[in-house]
Every structure is written in structure tokens, then in C-alpha cells.
Design a protein around this ligand. Structure first.
Ligand SMILES: Cc1ncc(COP(=O)(O)O)c(C=O)c1O
Length: 381
């Protein structure tokens, strides 16, 4: 096979060839070794620093004895979710993370000539899935780091099949309001499917302006939620979605029959029952947002007001963003530079434990010294 590489290229469609593979951020162990550090804090992936509920851990242990048996396709978790949200089982789907379900949506509903529509620099997972399908990928710019819903409504064409909205949005952390969504929805034809990605729903739900999509239940809206964020279960891959039963029935034709795994399903069911754990994570996050946001502003950084578990900071240039990222790495703090999202001059910092946030702030103080001149020299976006 050696040396045949160029001849294989015609096998790869151009829209796959032009994708860049997802590069996961470095984990704490890698950074510890690479920079010879004792302490490394990862604030790069919007995870819950408290980890999963002990009840979820116990349930996962309990599921280990049954691993010789195939899973049920998430049936038990679907039942629990249907009961909790007063829906029929047929309105609920579960899968390997909300991205797993998103991937099924792309496969189920898109034809070659369709278009998808979203904001510029949307959540990278959606970008990769939609571009990897080879359909026309249409975007409108942010307005003040928010989805520009009127512009999105105006950009709908006869070919638009899917509109993707993350609320709260990753990477900006902003939300669109109930009123904005109502107005937008009036302009969306019924033939267009709206994906409402609510991965960070729990962090925003108490804001009275936040449109909880479960209060709407439109036939052409599919809501996606996850156990990866507030429930601290990113590593086990479990997410869920709600939609009209016809949409779910078609998604179930495409979904891998044995996802989610038995262990993931058990974790999800147990995690849902631990309200106390969610409450603790919310309080920690609220403190973290205040503390990190305040410290960043004091240091002269711009901070986009966030309704999620991270903050986004636009800098003056790509170089300044890279420089800040590397300076923090050297001090043992891993943050997320946003070039891959399409925002090379921005970085994103997730909230950690109180202690991790203080460690990050100390590192930011040291790292930001002398950053401005550098930012000014390379004043490009
Ligand atoms: C907006 C958004 N949607 C979906 C996901 C992925 O969630 P999951 O782990 O359930 O696939 C993320 C993770 O970062 C996200 O930020």
C-alpha cells in the first residue's frame, strides 16, 4: 500500500478532503509532562469540574455485570425522560452524546441539494458534521456576539433544510431571548427543521428571558440536550433529544441500534435523579463566572457576558490569542483558542472549581503582563 496515497485521493469527496481533522486540546497529563509542571488545570472543554454524581458512578458500576448483553438502545432512559417531560416515548431519542444525535439528524434529513443555515463560527461539532455531509453551508455573522436572528430569517432560501441554533451558544456563551425566538420562528417555513442545541440549558434556564424550547413543542423543532455538561458525564457519551414522533421515528431508522451503551444509559438515569448535584454545580458555576469574568475585566480583557459555564474573550489579534494561550499553558492552565471555530483572535475559558479559578486568575495576571504591546503590533482579526 505504501506510496499509493495520491491514487487514493479520487476516492475521497472534495468536501471531506477539505475538512481539517478535529484536534483535541492537550490533556492535563500531556501538559504536565511537556512543560515539567506539578499542577495543571484544564479549563478548555466546558466540563463540570465536580465530575459526575456519585449516584451515576454507582449506577455505572452496577451496570458492569451485564456487559455481555447488548444494550436496549436507550429504552429505559427514554422512558424516564418521557415521564419527566410529560411526553410520549415516541417523542424522545437518546444517543452517544448530543453530537451523536446531531450526526443522525444530518444523515436522516439532508439531501445533496439542501442547505444548512447557522451563525458564522458556530459550535465546531455542528460545523464538522454539516460540512462533512457536503451540502451548502450558509452562515450570517454574529451581531454583538449574539445570533442575528432577523438576518438568519432573511437568509432562508428555498433550499434551506436545517437551521442550527445553539442556545446558550458555544463559543460566545450568549443567548437569544424568548421574544427574539418567537419573532424569528414566524419567518421559518414548516419545511425547515430547526435544531435547538441546548447543551448548556441548565445554566440558562432560570433566566426569565431564556426560551426553554420544551415550552414550545413546534413540529419542526428538535431539541438536543446532554449529560456532558452540568451532569459531568462527558466521558461516557450520552445525550438526548425531543421532537415530533415522526421525526424521531425516522431518526431511529438511522441511529446505530446499540447506542448508547448500557453503562452510559445507567449513568444518565441515575444522574437525572440527583438534583442536589446539579444545584451544587450551578452554584459553583455562578461563582466561577463572576470571579473569572471580574478578574479578566480588571486585567483589561473584554469579556462577552455568558449564560453558560465558560467565558469568551476577544483579543486584538490572532497572535495575541495564541500568545495568551501559550503563556497560560506554560503556567499550567489549559484554555481553548478558537481558531478552529473561525475566531482566531478569541479564546474561551471554562469555569473550574473555586481553587482552579484562582489558579487560573493568578496565571492570567502573570501571563497578561506585556500582552498589549504584542496585541497592538499585530492588529488584525
Ligand atoms: C453547543 C454544544 N452542543 C453539543 C456539544 C456536545 O455535547 P455532547 O458531549 O453531548 O456530544 C457541545 C460540547 O461542547 C456544545 O458546546
Amino acid at each position: 500500500m505504501l506510496g499509493l496515497g495520491p491514487f487514493l485521493m479520487p476516492l475521497v469527496p472534495p468536501y471531506i478532503e477539505s475538512l481539517r481533522p478535529y484536534v483535541a486540546g492537550r490533556n492535563a497529563d500531556q501538559v504536565r509532562r511537556e512543560y515539567g509542571l506539578d499542577r495543571v488545570v484544564k479549563l478548555a472543554s466546558n466540563e463540570n469540574p465536580l465530575g459526575p454524581s456519585p449516584r451515576a458512578v454507582e449506577a455505572m458500576r452496577g451496570a458492569l455485570g451485564d456487559l455481555h448483553l447488548y444494550p436496549t438502545g436507550g429504552l429505559e432512559l427514554r422512558k424516564v425522560l418521557a415521564k419527566q417531560y410529560d411526553l410520549k416515548l415516541e417523542n424522545v431519542i437518546v444517543g452517544s452524546g448530543s453530537e451523536g444525535i446531531m450526526s443522525n439528524i444530518i444523515r436522516t434529513f439532508l439531501c445533496d441539494e439542501d442547505e444548512v443555515l447557522t451563525t458564522e463560527s458556530a459550535f465546531i461539532g455542528f460545523q464538522v458534521l454539516a460540512k462533512g455531509r457536503g451540502v451548502r453551508y450558509c452562515t450570517v455573522p454574529y451581531r454583538d456576539w449574539h445570533y442575528d436572528l432577523p438576518a438568519l430569517a432573511a437568509a432562508i432560501t428555498e433550499r434551506t433544510k436545517i437551521i442550527y441554533l445553539a442556545n446558550p451558544n458555544n463559543p460566545t456563551g450568549t443567548i437569544f431571548t424568548r421574544q427574539e425566538f418567537d419573532e424569528f420562528y414566524r419567518h421559518v417555513p414548516e419545511r425547515v427543521l430547526i435544531i435547538l442545541d441546548e447543551a448548556y440549558f441548565e445554566y440558562a434556564k432560570d433566566n426569565p428571558r431564556y426560551p426553554d424550547s420544551m415550552h414550545y413543542r413546534y413540529d419542526n423543532v428538535i431539541t438536543l440536550r446532554t449529560f456532558s455538561k452540568i451532569y459531568g458525564l462527558a466521558g461516557i457519551r450520552i445525550g438526548y433529544g425531543f421532537a415530533h414522533e415522526e421525526l424521531i421515528a425516522n431518526l431511529l431508522k438511522v441511529k446505530l441500534p446499540f447506542e448508547p451503551s448500557t453503562v452510559a444509559e445507567a449513568a444518565g438515569i441515575a444522574a437525572l435523579a440527583d438534583r442536589e448535584c446539579v444545584h451544587r454545580a450551578l452554584e459553583l458555576n455562578a461563582r466561577g463566572l463572576r470571579r473569572l469574568g471580574g478578574a479578566l475585566r480588571e486585567l483589561g480583557f473584554e469579556v462577552v457576558p455568558s449564560e453558560a459555564n465558560f467565558v469568551m474573550t476577544p483579543l486584538d489579534s490572532r497572535e495575541a490569542a495564541n500568545e495568551l494561550t501559550v503563556r497560560l499553558l506554560r503556567r499550567g492552565v489549559i484554555i481553548r483558542p478558537l481558531a478552529a471555530f473561525g475566531l482566531p483572535h478569541c479564546v474561551r475559558i471554562s469555569t473550574g472549581t473555586d481553587e482552579e479559578n484562582e489558579f487560573c486568575i493568578e496565571a492570567l495576571r502573570a501571563a497578561s503582563l506585556g500582552l498589549e504591546p504584542l496585541a497592538l503590533v499585530h492588529n488584525e482579526r
